[in-house]
Each structure stands twice: as structure tokens, then as C-alpha cells.
Design a protein around this ligand. Structure first.
Ligand SMILES: NC(=O)c1ccc[n+]([C@@H]2O[C@H](COP(=O)([O-])OP(=O)(O)OC[C@H]3O[C@@H](n4cnc5c(N)ncnc54)[C@H](OP(=O)(O)O)[C@@H]3O)[C@@H](O)[C@H]2O)c1
Length: 233
């Protein structure tokens, strides 16, 4: 039992960092909603956790599809009545993403639609379910930093994370009056399908700051974190 159990939803959590965030939060006996854009993948992920003795809820959720987000929010309202913590984790990094100047419109749209608009739409549709003291955590990347030098890799993805950082600051400002915090974090370069095999960080390390932001006694809002510390935008 966890006397401070929170209801927490994590987007894109059938694998990778999102899956590990769900696992760590479930280990702490929070009421965790694992979500995936495909039923089979989501159910397999839930079963993997069940085999470890962890119980989580499952919801089908595609963050690039407004109707899917709306439907998920209705389901959460009926089944749980609230969401204490929303963790926007789902994102894409497309193989064709090689140039802002010369890349296709499709790459730009798909990346922005999922990584930026998907996260913002999650906030808009779930906001009425987030209580006073609730938290929104946006999964960003150092690639979106406006103070580090440009690395040249996956530039449209990096632009999307800069935009997500900007949205984080504005949402934090707008939601301060409702006492809802909004922060972004960078998991570091993590060995997942997205990060690739040469990434130096484990998935456990990548998930740590999100779990900490979701559960620790912190009052920060409108900030960018890595390794539990504030970093420059
Ligand atoms: N790995 C790194 O080095 C790294 C570094 C910095 C930031 N990040 C960020 O960390 C987060 C997690 O990344 P990861 O490395 O765990 O990536 P990943 O292994 O590729 O997992 C991404 C997850 O997002 C889901 N997803 C993609 N589009 C979706 C959509 N439209 N609706 C719902 N779910 C969707 C994927 O579902 P499917 O299985 O269906 O594709 C998958 O579950 C992302 O925000 C990423 O940008 C990662």
C-alpha cells in the first residue's frame, strides 16, 4: 500500500523510457495507466509487468489523433475521476529527418504533430481532470536546448523539442493559478529503439528523473531538468 498513491498516465509507454517509468511508478504502488497506440503492444507490455508482479491499467492512446486523446480522457474520467500526474513521453524521431532546409513537409508535420501538438493536446483534453497540486511532465531532449551548440543530428526532432520546451514554459505560466506544475526533462542519451545501441545510459537511468518529478516533494514549475537538476533552456 502507498498512502500517497497518485493516479499517473504515461503516453507511449509500451516500450522504452515510458515503459520503465511505468514500471518504477508501479513498484511504488502508484495507480499507473500504461498507454500505447496499438492494443497488442500495450497488452503485451501490461503482461510483461504482470509477470513481475506489477499491476497497471491499460488505455489505447494515439497522441497524434485528437479523437483518441479525447476518448482516453473520457475513459480516465469514468474509471479514475482524475489524473494527478500527466507524463508526456510519446515521441517520434524519423529516419528521414536529416535537414530542416531540405527535408520533406511530411517529416516536419509528423514530428511536430506527435512531439509537440500531441503533448499540448494531452494537456488540453486532460486538464479538467488534473487537480490542484497536479503535475505535468514533458519529456524533452538536450537536442531541443537553445543554449547548447547545434549538434546537426535529427534537426526537425530537435526543433520539436525546442517547441515543447517553449510550450512547457507557457503552460507553467498559465497553470500556476491552478497550482498545476509543468516541467520538462531530458533523460540523457538512452539505449532504446530511439536512442540506439551505442547510447551510454540505461533505460533505468533515463526514467529516473521523470519518476522523481512525478513523486518527489518539489515545487518547481516551468523548469528544464536532467539528472534531477535544473539545466538551462
Ligand atoms: N532515447 C533517448 O536517447 C532519448 C533522449 C532524449 C529524449 N528522449 C525522449 O524520451 C521519450 C521516450 O523515448 P524512447 O527512447 O523511449 O523512444 P522509443 O523506444 O522509440 O519509444 C517511443 C514510444 O512512443 C510511442 N509513440 C510514438 N508515436 C506515438 C503516438 N502517435 N501515440 C502514442 N505513442 C506514440 C511509441 O509507440 P510504438 O511502439 O507504437 O512506436 C513508443 O511507445 C521521447 O519523448 C524521446 O524524445 C529519448
Amino acid at each position: 500500500m502507498n498512502a500517497d498513491a497518485r493516479t499517473i498516465i504515461v503516453t507511449g509507454s509500451n516500450k522504452g523510457i515510458g515503459f520503465e517509468v511505468v514500471r518504477q511508478l508501479a513498484k511504488q504502488n502508484h495507480n499507473v495507466i500504461l498507454t500505447a497506440r496499438e492494443n497488442i503492444k500495450g497488452k503485451e507490455a501490461v503482461d510483461r509487468l504482470k509477470a513481475e508482479g506489477l499491476n497497471v491499467h491499460f488505455l489505447l492512446l494515439d497522441v497524434s489523433d485528437d479523437a483518441s486523446i479525447k476518448h482516453a480522457a473520457q475513459q480516465v474520467k469514468v474509471r479514475f475521476g482524475k489524473v494527478d500526474v500527466l507524463i508526456n513521453n510519446a515521441a517520434v524521431l524519423l529516419r528521414e529527418d536529416q535537414s530542416v532546409a531540405e527535408g520533406t513537409t511530411e517529416v516536419f508535420h509528423k514530428t511536430m504533430r506527435t512531439n509537440v501538438f500531441g503533448s499540448v493536446q494531452m494537456v488540453r483534453h486532460f486538464l479538467s481532470l488534473i487537480p490542484d497540486g497536479g503535475r505535468i511532465i514533458n519529456t524533452s531532449s538536450g537536442g531541443g536546448s537553445m543554449s547548447d551548440p547545434v549538434g546537426g543530428w535529427s534537426p526537425v526532432y530537435c526543433v520539436s523539442k525546442s517547441a515543447l520546451n517553449a510550450a512547457t514554459r507557457h503552460l507553467a505560466y498559465e497553470l500556476a493559478g491552478q497550482n498545476i506544475s509543468v516541467n520538462a526533462y531530458c533523460p540523457g542519451w538512452v539505449s532504446t529503439d530511439m536512442g540506439g545501441k551505442s547510447a551510454p545510459r540505461t533505460i533505468e537511468q533515463g526514467a529516473d528523473t521523470a519518476v522523481w518529478l512525478a513523486t518527489a516533494a518539489i515545487s518547481e514549475t516551468g523548469k528544464f531538468f536532467r539528472d534531477r537538476k535544473i539545466i538551462p533552456w
